[in-house]
Write a protein that binds this ligand. Sequence first.
Ligand SMILES: [Ca+2]
Length: 369
Amino acid sequence: MNRAEVLTNAQFRGFVLPLVVLGSLALFLATIGSCATNDQSLRRETLHSCKEQTKCKKIPVIFDTDICDDIDDTWALALLLSAGEGPGFDVKLITTESGNTVAKARMVAKFLETVGRTDIPIGIGIQHHNGSHRYDVWAKDYDLSSYPGTIYQDGVQALIDTIMKSQKPITVIAIGPVPNIAAALQREPRIAEKAEFIGMHGSIRRGYGGRPKPDAEYNVKAFVKELQKVFTAPWNVTITPLDTCGIVQLKGEKYQKVLKKNNPLTRALIENYRIWKKQGIAEENRDLSEAEVNKRADEQVNTGSSTLFDTVAVYLATSTELVQMEKLGIRVTNDGYTIIDDKAKTVNCATKWKDLSAFEDFLVDRLTK
Ligand SMILES: [Ca+2]
């Protein structure tokens, strides 16, 4: 007869039960504590070190994109949806940013349907006009009402609700100007307590193309007041400024692997890249024949990628291993610069690559799995 069997009911209630209750309470508090911890980087490192995808917990994210202007958003979206080695994402919502956000939602919807991910809801962001964008022609005939998943007409409210209703902290990956996120913070400031922000924003010591002077980076300059609001909100802010994201480009064998992969994801990606490239060449050379535009676009599309700024923000949601991070006070100036200022709120900045080549490998592996 073991010890448990000789305990009477009274002994159980008086002695064991309180212990069980206390133990459960301790476990509950520990769980709450670990969920509430703001040390998202620890969470990311843990996830990054997990080699077997099936054993990894997916990172809950909201992806806020100004897709349809520069093509790097589509690369970032493809990376987000890719299922290669390492941790994956639990994409709770994709919101469209700035300009014609309805056209951008059509693009996202068609892309998600093409790759079989209509489980992901789409939120239409604040609309600034109903004109066209550089490569929205890819989804021009897509009927948004035919999207099998959920479309939220009010993307800002969808963003708030997704964060507020989530059991776990949400990572907001923002790869464009941030009017939606600023509006969400204005409408429901408590989202900052339940989320962290990772963005492709700014230029600390280097500008476009790695030049040794900062630039007023587009995602900042386009909506300065909104970014000031987002950076000063009481949440963890991490960015890849031009210093790191501005020098990412795939060429040679690495690029050829993606180009030749020919699965639904890479096909949709390269189709968009070709349209974007043709549109750009045609706009810059109005006298060129269509045949010549196509020839030049094909040559470039067959050779390498453009600068893939936004992909680095997606990477930072999984790990910071390949970059040098600095905690810097960052002030967003009214003319769109991100200046180091010790009195400003601290931002985690990826200011240098430790291993850019390894990041390129990560990107290629993920996209071609
Ligand atoms: Ca973008």
